[in-house]
Design a protein around this ligand. Structure first.
Ligand code: C2E
Ligand code: MG
Ligand code: MG
Length: 733
């Protein structure tokens, strides 16, 4: 970094200022000499000084390199009368003593004459040491011995002039070096481009020139004498449908970031034929020149099949729809021309529970379904839109020219309605029904990435609200996403810093209200917000997959506590909640089985609560985990029964030992006869399946009495105890 070319005096000898003294007049003043003659003399002296400094400046400015400059500086200062002058090119900042040390090591080298030895310097201390460029350790310092001649320019002014020249010469040298480096790099690059059989172009916004390299000119059959085109002429050569990337070249906003995604484009050759290339553009040196360079691969060359390469570059191989690369280019292009009344809609479509299709029916059927979905979407996609598959079961429709978000919503509803219609899949005896969810964002400014993020938030909302629906992005979703990010951060931190806790809620036998079990409920001890309940973080932990770690941690606590109670002679059962995501990880069940076997914990005391959602999405790995839990004696039961799903068919999917009736059914007991009838029916249904029934959320005596009369086996709720630390459970009941 270059410092300002001012000087600073590190040590000033008595002689330093001597040269700046005003020369005295020899002899007395004559009577016709004006009275203010001393002022004239001072002015003349000042003029002399100025002239001396200017002369030095000119002398230094003529130097072509640093060595020549050093010679001139030493010479100029010596001619100001100093006995000895040294330019010290050491890096360390030095006071006089250090200077001596440096010199004795031979590091303080004089620029001219013989090498100064430590002995030379030690003999007499310099009168002054001055930095040529204050604060710049790369700039040399000046050491002088002796006193200046009368009337000579002061040392700090001369050193200042030398410092300014030194900065200028160094800047010129650095510029020469980087120009040489750049030229070498360009040579290397063009060599690599030639070797790879690529052509290249570059566009310089400063000159407007669009330069084609020899290979590209050759392929296009351009006459060597023909000048390079400008950007507009080049665009005209490119097929109208493929001009997007060359339109964005001229747009500073589009010039941020790295290389573009590869885009195929067709160009008219000199003989009128058309040639297809695969191109990519890279902004060079974005901050300064704005030059853009492009590399192009001639798809007609070698043994590559043009059609195949274009297809590979543009298409998703499974469905033949556009791929992400093409979508990105078209989206950027659409956004550039969009207006508030002709905006761009991005519809993200995701099949609901597609993973289950792959898991249960196999990947071939999954692929066949995706292909059929693609065909349906293509039939419904409006003209001018781009339909792409991003991978998996994620599809995107990009529609330009949309007037209002509502129009996009109508279109999306239409799409998911079409997708909902039964599909005939090879190998399946019956038509298959698959629903989907859509997230929409409509915009006319900002980047394609931002629009994607917004549509993604809307899709999340659609899924979260129960799937098979459409959600349009609004700014509240951004706050929501922010809250989820914060919750995620809290969970990660809690996992890292031992910030999770378990509280226990009593479960009683309804016949005698004896404590028979306790449910482990997780809490998060946040350093700022205190003890958080699951509603503040469990959903986010589910979405991010962190729930696996949370459940695993809770399981550790559950097993530890179970052993402690056992050792204390207490036969309490322990109930714990496990997310479907956790059960998909075989490690969870393995760990549980291993712990039970190795610690001798009573597996039969474990009650594992799963949700209806887990049974509906039952994958092979989840089923295996549940099987493993059962094999060590743990009982698997259904939590929150009655919420969400009307079909009970999933009850037969896995042998369940118990069922917990959700508190929403329990709460109206005593006030609604209908509710009582429903609960009674649920209890009979569970008993018919051989399950033990627990009622959740029992808060009143009346509810407890009614449940007992209906034959409900167990109850949990504030009436019998809130969730508390293990030590506070009324174990002796
Ligand atoms: P859940 O498993 O149904 O747990 C019962 C919830 O009802 C608990 O809420 C409990 O405090 C609350 N509750 C119990 N009795 C009453 C009552 O009489 N009145 C009212 N109003 N509420 C009562 P909590 O602790 O906030 O847990 C909420 C949910 O978080 C749990 O519902 C469970 O689904 C989930 N959860 C808790 N711990 C874990 C865990 O370790 N892993 C997983 N995956 N989920 C957990
Ligand atoms: Mg539970
Ligand atoms: Mg529950």
């Amino acid at each position: 970094m270059t410092g300002s070319p001012t000087t600073s005096v590190l040590r000033t000898g008595a002689a330093l200022r001597a040269g700046a003294q005003t020369p005295r007049l020899e002899g007395g003043a004559t009577p016709d000499v004006p009275l203010d003659v001393s002022l004239d003399v001072e002015a003349a002296a000042r003029a002399n000084l100025t002239a001396a400094v200017l002369r030095a400046q000119r002398r230094f400015a003529d130097c072509a390199d640093l060595a020549a400059l050093a010679e001139e500086v030493v010479d100029e200062i010596q001619s100001a009368g100093y006995g000895r002058v040294l330019l010290l090119e050491t890096v360390a900042r030095s006071r006089h003593r250090e200077l001596e040390v440096l010199a004795s090591r031979g590091e303080a080298a004089p620029v001219r004459g013989r090498r100064t030895t430590g002995a030379d310097l030690a003999r007499t201390a310099p009168a002054a040491v001055v930095e040529l460029v204050a604060g710049d350790p790369r700039a040399p310092r000046l050491a002088v011995w002796g006193a200046p001649a009368p009337g000579s320019a002061p040392l700090d002014l001369l050193a200042g002039a030398a410092g300014a020249a030194w900065c200028a010469v160094r800047a010129a040298r650095d510029a020469r070096r980087s120009a040489a480096d750049l030229a070498a790099a360009q040579q290397l690059l063009s060599g690599a481009v030639r070797l790879a059989g690529l052509g290249s172009w570059s566009w310089d916004p400063a000159t407007g020139r669009f330069t084609l390299d020899d290979r590209l000119r050759d392929v296009l059959g351009l006459d060597p004498a023909e000048p390079d085109p400008d950007l507009a002429t080049w665009r005209e050569r490119v097929h109208p449908d493929d001009r997007g990337p060359f339109t964005s070249v001229g747009d500073p906003a589009a010039r941020t970031g790295g290389a573009s995604v590869p885009y195929p484009f067709r160009v008219r050759c000199a003989d009128g034929s058309e040639r297809t290339f695969l191109g990519t553009s890279v902004p060079l040196d974005t901050s300064r020149s704005g030059v853009v360079q492009g590399l192009v691969l001639d798809l007609a060359s070698g043994d590559r099949s043009t059609g195949e390469l274009v297809r590979l570059a543009q298409c998703d191989s499974l469905t033949g729809l556009a791929n992400r690369a093409v979508l990105d280019v078209r989206l950027d292009e659409a956004l550039r021309t969009a207006t508030p009344t002709s905006a761009v809609a991005l519809v993200l479509l995701d099949l609901d529970r597609f993973k289950l299709v792959n898991d249960t029916l196999g990947h071939q059927i999954g692929d066949a379904l995706l292909r059929q979905i693609a065909v349906r979407l293509q039939q419904a996609a409006p003209a001018g839109s781009t339909l792409a598959r991003l991978g998996g079961d994620e599809f995107v429709l990009m529609v330009p020219g949309v007037d209002r978000p509502e129009s996009a919503a109508v279109m999306a509803h239409n799409l998911i309605r079409r997708l909902r219609a039964p599909v005939l899949l090879p190998g399946l005896p019956e038509p298959f029904v698959c629903t989907s969810s859509a997230g929409i964002a409509v915009g006319h400014e900002g980047s394609g990435d931002e629009l994607f993020r917004s549509a993604d938030m809307a899709l999340y909302r659609a899924k979260d609200a129960g799937r098979d629906r459409v959600a349009v992005y609004d700014s509240a979703m951004r706050d929501d996403a922010q809250a989820r990010r914060e919750a995620e951060h809290k969970v990660r931190r809690a996992l890292r810093t031992d910030g999770l806790r378990v509280v226990w809620q009593p479960i009683v036998d309804l016949r005698d209200e004896r404590l028979v079990a306790a449910e482990a409920l997780v809490r998060l001890q946040d350093p700022v917000e205190g003890l958080l309940e699951p509603k503040a973080f469990v959903d986010t932990a589910e979405d991010t997959g962190l729930i696996v770690d949370v459940d695993t941690w809770v399981l550790g606590e559950v097993l530890r506590q179970l052993n402690e109670w056992r050792t204390g002679g207490n036969g309490l059962q322990v109930s714990f909640n496990v997310s479907g995501k956790t059960l998909e990880h075989p490690a969870f069940a393995h760990r549980l089985a291993h712990s039970v076997e190795s610690t001798g914990a009573a597996g039969s005391s474990l009650l594992c609560e799963v949700t209806e959602r887990t049974l509906i999405d039952l994958s092979t790995s989840t089923r295996a985990s549940l099987g493993e839990l059962r094999s060590v004696g743990a009982r698997v039961g259904l939590d929150d029964f009655g919420t969400g799903y009307s079909s009970l068919s999933y009850l037969d999917r896995f042998p369940l030992s118990f069922l917990k009736i959700d508190m929403s059914f329990v709460r109206p007991l005593g006030t609604s006869r209908r509710a009582a009838a429903v609960v009674e029916a649920l209890i009979s249904l569970a008993h018919a399946h051989g399950m033990v029934v627990t009622a959740e959320g029992v808060e009143t005596r009346e509810q407890a009495r009614m449940l007992r009369d209906m034959g409900c086996d167990r109850a949990q709720g504030w009436l019998f105890g809130r969730p508390v630390a293990a030590g506070l459970l009324p174990l002796a009941r």
